[in-house]
Design a protein around this ligand. Structure first.
Ligand code: BEZ
Length: 215
């Protein structure tokens, strides 16, 4: 059943026509066939957000190598985004290459980006959307905590392996304390399947099996 409120994991990302620093965009159709990360920040010209934009841009090539686009968002006008990214370019020597949505508050409402702890600004939200325009992950951070962008790279890599190989990823993958970079087999689908797994190499029990990554 499709959720009609704020998008949740498994929902299709809602249709949005937005103004950005790269001109108008229609989401998710314009990025269909690619992964994308839409992330909101509280406001332009704020310190933590500035460090976040720097960190995201520094990893932009790595995201593009994973066929993943980035889109920023805040309730600020395009001219403010431009002035701020010009400041980042002139002072931190980094050109922000990804588009930033200039929201009037409409998208923030639709995506659930205004929370009680931050009623006047969008929270730091992250939506990870797959090539079929399906929401695969949603993260929320408060204003006082900058995000970990290496974790977002890890998530995209993990989703791709999970989708390609039909497996799940253990904690801290690929540096799991028990299984290294091995991946987890999904639960058995029958008693026969479960029985087969008993005593199988890599199975601690019939419901807990790890296997090496396929090449
Ligand atoms: C910041 O990015 O530094 C920030 C933004 C909103 C509230 C607090 C901090």
């Amino acid at each position: 059943m499709e959720n009609k409120g704020i998008p949740l994991i498994g929902d299709r990302f809602p249709e949005l026509k937005v103004s950005t620093t790269h001109g108008p965009m229609t989401l998710p159709d314009e990025l269909s066939g690619k992964w994308f990360i839409l992330f909101s920040h509280p406001a332009d010209f704020t310190p933590v957000c500035t460090t976040e934009f720097y960190a995201f841009q520094k990893r932009y090539d790595q995201f593009r190598e994973l066929d993943t686009e980035l889109i920023g968002l805040s309730v600020d006008q395009v001219f403010s985004h431009i002035k701020w990214t010009d400041w980042i370019r002139d002072n931190l020597n980094v050109k922000i290459e990804f588009p930033i949505i200039a929201d009037t508050g409409k998208v923030a409402d639709m995506l659930g980006l205004i929370h009680p702890g931050s009623p006047t600004h969008t929270v730091r939200a992250v939506f990870i959307v797959d090539p079929d325009s399906k929401v695969r992950a949603i993260l929320y951070y408060p204003a006082e905590l900058g995000r970990n962008f290496d974790e977002l790279l890890r998530m995209i890599k993990a989703f791709k392996v999970s989708d390609d190989q039909g497996v799940a990823m253990p904690a801290n993958w690929p540096n799991n304390e028990l299984f290294g970079d091995d991946v987890i087999l999904p639960p058995p689908s029958s008693e026969e399947d479960a029985e087969e797994r008993r005593g199988q190499e890599g199975c601690l029990d019939w419901w807990l099996c790890h296997v090496p990554l396929e090449d």
